[in-house]
Structures are given as structure tokens and as C-alpha cells.
Design a protein around this ligand. Structure first.
Ligand SMILES: NC(=O)c1ccc[n+]([C@@H]2O[C@H](COP(=O)([O-])OP(=O)(O)OC[C@H]3O[C@@H](n4cnc5c(N)ncnc54)[C@H](OP(=O)(O)O)[C@@H]3O)[C@@H](O)[C@H]2O)c1
Length: 283
């Protein structure tokens, strides 16, 4: 028996990486899937894959910073598939750089998508989920559990998402809607090839392959957690261990992060020194 037979699912950030893998996984479990993201060509490719495998999918090209567009996508999905049973607020990207090198605008852009985009998604789909006593998944990150140099914008946005999710878990429970906070570690996707403006660059993923979980395996674990209505799930073994270790000994994790990111920080600082304009006394 397929776990989501006949269900209607909407996923933001479904044009690549985790979102695209989740869409295929839900379709394989019998769900009809609405695909939301900005790039219609990439969404269309996912739709074709799902249809070729015998599933049903709908493309809703939309930016998650567009609340009206999200509302239209939710209504269109409910209309096409006869309701909305599962929504995964997954769209996101990462702004990187030291605080001293970033502008306020970089932090705002990060929060606009990763945090306010989640709120806009939840507000758009909520009437439908309440009607179906459905399931909401929100994608946070292991990065939201602790800090690391050059990722303050991203980590802070994910910490905010995780805190938001913990609160709305209680609010939506009143309506019979379950909320699952999904916190991945390193998963294969395009996220580390997207620049601070949120545009895909095609640069290779710098994280060693042995540390990165295939998106399909991550998606399978996420589908299982959503099916069981789990409140929180960490995806990848290293995420589970690091989250646990951070609860037991935050000092130890701080030390590990410091050791592991020394080179990264030095690289950023050197780049900063090289781009600094010469001072007026010629020094
Ligand atoms: N992969 C990891 O290692 C990892 C780890 C922890 C957490 N996560 C989280 O997992 C989620 C999915 O990321 P991913 O790793 O699968 O990266 P990805 O391959 O880059 O996918 C990101 C998705 O978000 C969409 N998106 C970005 N900005 C958007 C916007 N303004 N409006 C609508 N859609 C937008 C992108 O589509 P368009 O460009 O077409 O809009 C794309 O479909 C993110 O929230 C990320 O923070 C990933």
C-alpha cells in the first residue's frame, strides 16, 4: 500500500535538489504533486519525470516572496487535486560571507526567502490544511542549531525557521494539522552552487562527496517523517549526531567548528584584505 495514495501535495523549491527529489518521492507514494519555484523550465522537467513514471504533477511558477502568488498556487492546487493534504515549505538558499563583508541588504534578502518565504507559504496553504487536517513540513537545517563563521545570515535564518516551526507546531495542533521541522545536514543539491543573490552559478559543490547524502535518500526519510507526523527530524547521520552532541556539549561543538573552519575564515579574510581600497597615506 502506497503511503500517500490519492493525496494532494504542494512543495516549494521543487525545481532542484531536495524539493525535486521530494516531489518524485511523493508521486511514487501515490500523491499528486504541485511544484512551486521560480524557474518554470526546471519545474517542467520535474513534472515530465513524474508523469513519465505514471504520476500526476502541476507546475506553479512563483517566488516565495510573493504572498499573492503563493495563495494563487495553493488555490490552484486544491482546485486541481481536490484539496491539499501535505505542504512542504522547502525553498531556500544560502548567503555566505563574514558579517563585516556583508551589507544589511544581504541579510534582508536571506530572511526574505528563508524565513518570510516560509511564513508566506504557511499562511497561503493554512485554510486548505485545516480543512484536510493535513501535514506541514518546514525545512530548517542542522545549521540552525549552532553558528559557524561566514554563514551567519544563513544560520540565523534557519534558527528563526526552527523556532517559528516549534511555535506553530502547538498552534496548528489545535486544528489537527501536524508540523514537522525537517533539518538536513549535507544533502546533494544545488544549494552550494547558488550565489548570494539566489542565482544558480554552476560552480561545483565544495563539500566532499562522502559527507553528502543523495537527495533521493534524504527525500525518502522526509516522506517517512511526514507520514508519521513527527515533530522534528534530522536528515543524515552526521546531522543527527551533531545535533545531539550540541545539546550535550555546546562547548565541544564550538571547538570542533572553530577547528574545522579555520582555513575558510582565513581565506575570506585574505580576500577582504585584497579588495580593501588603499588608505590615503599609502599604507
Ligand atoms: N542541501 C543541503 O545540504 C541542505 C542542508 C540543510 C538545509 N537545506 C535546505 O533545504 C532546502 C532545499 O535546498 P536544496 O539543498 O535542495 O538546494 P537547491 O537545489 O538550491 O534548491 C533550492 C530550491 O529553492 C528554490 N528557491 C530558491 N529561492 C526561491 C524563491 N525566492 N522563490 C521560490 N523558490 C525558490 C529553488 O528554485 P528556483 O531557483 O527555481 O526558484 C530550488 O528549487 C533549503 O531550504 C535549504 O536551506 C539544504
Amino acid at each position: 500500500m502506497r503511503r500517500f495514495e490519492g493525496a494532494s501535495v504542494m512543495i516549494t523549491g521543487a525545481s532542484s535538489g531536495i524539493g525535486a527529489a521530494l516531489a518524485r518521492a511523493f508521486a511514487a507514494e501515490g500523491a499528486s504533486v504541485a511544484l512551486v519555484a521560480r524557474r518554470p523550465d526546471r519545474l517542467d522537467q520535474v513534472r515530465r519525470d513524474i508523469e513519465a513514471a505514471g504520476g500526476r504533477a502541476l507546475v506553479c511558477a512563483c517566488d516565495v516572496s510573493d504572498a499573492e502568488g503563493l495563495r494563487a498556487a495553493a488555490d490552484q492546487t486544491a482546485e486541481a487535486f481536490g484539496g491539499l493534504d501535505v505542504v512542504v515549505a522547502n525553498a531556500g538558499f544560502g548567503v555566505s560571507g563574514c558579517l563585516e563583508a556583508l551589507e544589511m541588504e544581504d541579510y534582508r534578502r536571506q530572511f526574505e526567502v528563508n524565513f518570510f518565504g516560509v511564513i508566506a507559504t504557511v499562511q497561503a496553504v493554512l485554510p486548505h490544511l485545516i480543512r484536510s487536517k493535513g501535514r506541514l513540513g518546514v525545512v530548517g537545517s542542522l545549521a540552525g542549531c549552532f553558528g559557524s563563521p561566514t554563514t551567519s545570515a544563513y544560520n540565523a535564518s534557519k534558527a528563526a525557521v526552527m523556532s517559528l516551526t516549534e511555535s506553530i507546531y502547538h498552534e496548528l495542533d489545535e486544528h489537527g494539522v501536524s508540523v514537522t521541522c525537517i533539518n538536513p545536514g549535507f544533502v546533494a543539491s544545488e544549494i552550494r552552487s547558488v550565489n548570494n543573490q539566489g542565482k544558480y552559478t554552476g560552480n561545483p559543490d565544495p563539500v566532499p562527496r562522502w559527507l553528502v547524502l543523495p537527495a533521493e535518500r534524504a527525500a525518502a526519510d522526509m516522506v517517512r517523517a511526514l507520514h508519521r507526523r513527527k515533530p522534528v527530524v534530522f536528515i543524515t547521520a552526521h546531522a543527527r549526531w551533531l545535533a545531539r552532541l550540541n545539546r550535550l556539549s555546546p562547548c565541544l561543538v564550538r571547538w570542533v567548528v572553530r577547528r574545522m573552519t579555520r582555513g575558510k575564515l582565513a581565506k575570506f579574510q585574505a580576500a577582504r584584505r585584497n579588495t580593501r581600497p588603499p588608505s590615503s597615506d599609502g599604507a
